[in-house]
Design a protein around this ligand. Structure first.
Ligand code: THU
Length: 132
């Protein structure tokens, strides 16, 4: 049974509730779907040493990879801005490492918007062909 894009967005919203963003006040939630249908979520975690802040997308992917996952099909991203929130450049490179054709699911005004990592990040850096 596969999860719908709407359900993935709702899981990202749930993760956003845990965002630690006292400096920017900009909360982000992400939910990444593995090839086998499992979901890992993440939120942004800021730090008083600002550069140490970690984005929601990378928290979700790193949680998943640390549990042995390598293959991802989709990621839903939401933010407290309530508008489409695209992944930052660093997160695009991290997503590219594991899924250069990943679908990216966003939301604005309650409507789902879909794009792909291929469109957002067509020529990412890669050391080897097979990153599995
Ligand atoms: N942020 C994310 O979590 N994901 C992104 O792709 C862009 C930015 C976070 C980092 C920081 O906590 C806040 O949003 C403002 O930049």
């Amino acid at each position: 049974m596969t999860i719908s894009d709407r359900e993935l967005i709702e899981l990202a919203k749930k993760a956003l509730q845990n965002a630690y963003a006292p400096y920017s006040k900009f909360k982000v939630g992400a939910a990444v779907l593995t090839k086998n249908g499992k979901v890992y979520t993440g939120c942004n975690v800021e730090n008083s040493s600002y550069g140490l802040t970690m984005c929601a997308e990378r928290v979700a992917v790193f949680k998943a990879v640390s549990e042995g996952e390598r293959e991802f099909t989709k990621i839903a991203i939401v933010s407290s801005a309530g508008k489409k929130t695209f992944p930052c450049g660093a997160c695009r490179q991290v997503l590219y490492e594991f899924a250069d054709n990943m679908e990216i699911i966003l939301e604005e005004d309650g409507e789902i918007y879909k794009t792909s990592l291929k469109d957002l990040f067509p020529e990412g850096f890669r050391l080897k062909e097979d990153s599995q």
